[in-house]
Design a protein. Structure first.
Length: 80
């Protein structure tokens, strides 16, 4: 395992397991990762309506929640 920004990651293991297929892997800073993780927990618990509530709120339209927008999802999942 590699130490990145104080967090233990498994980047090396992922790269080896995928035989180099993973490129451009970005580990978000802790403050962004905390928002992503906490949001994912709430959306998993409360469903699509909660996700829509976030996206339609004033704060949901800021860069803080860009990871929830369709464009970012396409990049993450490799969809067109």
């Amino acid at each position: 395992m590699e130490e990145v920004g104080g967090e233990k990651t498994i980047i090396s293991d992922i790269l080896r397991a995928n035989q180099g297929k993973v490129t451009g892997l970005i580990i978000p800073p802790p403050e962004i990762r905390a928002v992503v993780d906490k949001t994912a927990q709430f959306v998993a618990k409360n469903g699509k309506s909660f996700e829509n509530k976030i996206l339609n709120s004033g704060e949901g339209k800021t860069a803080k929640f860009n990871f929830m927008k369709a464009y970012d999802r396409k990049i993450l999942h490799g969809s067109d």
